[in-house]
Design a binder for this molecule. Sequence first.
Ligand code: FES
Ligand SMILES: [Fe+2]
Length: 367
Amino acid sequence: MYINFWYPLIFSHDLGDEPKLVRVLDHDFAVYRTVDGEVHCLANTCVHRGGNLADGRVRDGNLECPYHGWQFDGGGACKLIPSMGADATIPGRAKVDSYPVEVRFGIVFAFLGDLPEDQRPPIMEAIEYDDPDWYCNLMTWDLAANYARSIENGIDPGHNEFVHPTHGFSGEREGYFVPELSLLHTDWGVGFMTQYQSSGSTDMKVRQHKTQTQSEAGSGTHGPNAIWTYIHISETAWFHQYMYEAPIDDGNVRIFLVNMRSFGPGDEMGGRIRERNKIVAQQDIDVLEPVAPVLTPKSKNDELMVPADSCVVAYRKLMKGWHDKGWHIDRDKLQAAEGKKMYAIPSPARRKTKGWVLDAVPTSSAK
Ligand code: FES
Ligand SMILES: [Fe+2]
């Protein structure tokens, strides 16, 4: 798991007046909205004596710890320590990490890391979201697997034939093979577009009476935890899907899907697509949860890649690069501290001020 990327926390419509506890990167965060609509994300552990901030309440725009009532503003600074009286000078170390937040595509994202704004990788764009000619479904689901295994599944053209009978075949087609992939590299990811045979489908009118046709599809990564998938069924019927993944811990991930389509307005079509997406997601869950080992192996010799895996190989190379920048959480040190010491994902303010009660989470050292 990596610091210094944007992570999806919660759908905006699921964040009401109460603070919510969200777990990402093996850390807890308190997410809340003030009365004037601003959304904030704070490290959840109160630096006084470990109170659970997400169990507190929003008061005067601050988040109040449920234990002794210390109040933290949206920037993480403590503004009130009731036991010291209203006029007391607040100690400089009375602060928690606060993370940059953006609400995009109906999702609350937080930048979980300490990079200054001009160095941050951007949130993956879903440009069709604001286009009135496209229609949107939002979905989320949990997967008991490592997030990287899930991302790799999304950029793996070789699994569709066997895992997704919904796409028309069941691994029995004569002459099947995956054409050589021509990889596209972007600033923060890698992907491909390819041609594929799709069969006629009974549940989607857009395919009309075709029984088998040549279609275009592809997918790619953005950062360690996001993927896009384009499926162009015909000249006009396109799906552009964007998945933003929040690794909860090494073995669990929460996936947020922004599913855009260029056809079929209305709730009825939206409902049918939602049902189909659920079935397809379950097919992936069924193969991914038992995959072993849970983490992708460190040595490339521990798995045997073939040409259809070229995008997976390129993704692992990108991950190695972020590891070498010092962004990879050192899970062994984190696990050794479990129950004994709390760490925080470092926030951008740590580059400007000293005096933090919790140490920053241990990470790989930069090369
Ligand atoms: S633990 Fe939060 S105010 Fe005491
Ligand atoms: Fe799949």
